[in-house]
Design a protein around this ligand. Structure first.
Ligand SMILES: [Zn+2]
Length: 232
């Protein structure tokens, strides 16, 4: 165990470094997922806002119809003054009366449209309040994740210092081997089972490998996966 123990100590620290690095990588994704939870509330608000816009447009359209007809009546009345015959005058009066009837109908439509706007406005206010409420919850989670990220980064810095210290106890050649393998295979140092099976790749080693591991005089690698072997 003496040859391998410093490597096992280093590997234990590296395991923590890997976990911390993984958590740091995952946090932005988790934050994005939190934000995505707001999509439903955002869409509901957008729908209500579109509905409100439509309802307001119907009011506006009726308003424009009324305005155009008022202008028409005004123009008819101005022209009426210069009319020569009583018959012509009557025709204009009929036309004006007809347009006034239309105005009444558009005004009724305008009022109805205005009535429609009120509940839709409530809907928008409700959707807006709901989004704000959910946003507050999400902001809380995101703040927690940011705090967690800062804590993990601090822990990683401490762990990396510990790693540098632990690396000093490892034989330089063993260190070189370990470092080369670390990015490809994890864990690098694994136990050899009493039946000669490598705990990394689960393949049986030749008896000579078991003997060398038992002798514990140097680094012994699995013949299949190259991991460093040790006996418990
Ligand atoms: Zn192996």
């Amino acid at each position: 165990m003496s040859v391998v123990q410093p490597l096992l100590d280093l590997q234990e620290i590296d395991g923590r470094v890997r976990d911390l690095q993984q958590e740091i990588r995952d946090i932005p994704q988790r934050k994005a997922q939190e934000q995505e939870r707001l999509n439903g509330a955002r869409e509901a608000l957008a729908r209500a806002q579109a509905e409100l816009k439509n309802a307001q447009m119907r009011v506006h359209e009726a308003e424009l119809e009324v305005k155009a007809r008022r202008e028409k009546i005004l123009s008819l009345k101005q022209n009426q003054v210069s009319l020569k015959t009583n018959k012509e005058f009557q025709i204009f009066n009929l036309e004006i009366a007809k347009i006034e009837g239309e105005i009444e109908s558009y005004e009724a439509r305008q009022i109805a449209a205005m009535d429609d706007v009120i509940p839709v406005k409530h809907k928008v206010a409700e959707a807006d309040a709901k989004l704000k409420e959910e946003q507050a919850v999400v902001d809380g989670y995101v703040a927690e994740l940011d705090a967690r990220l800062a804590a993990v980064q601090a822990e990683l810095a401490t762990t990396e210092t510990q790693r540098a210290e632990a690396a000093k106890s490892v034989d330089p050649k063993a260190m070189l081997y370990y470092e080369r393998l670390r990015t490809k295979r994890w864990p690098v140092v694994v136990s050899l089972q009493p039946d000669g099976v490598c705990n990394g790749c689960h393949l049986v080693q030749p008896p000579s490998v078991g003997q060398m591991v038992r002798r514990n005089q140097g680094i012994v690698a699995c013949q299949m996966c190259g991991r460093i072997l040790y006996m418990i």
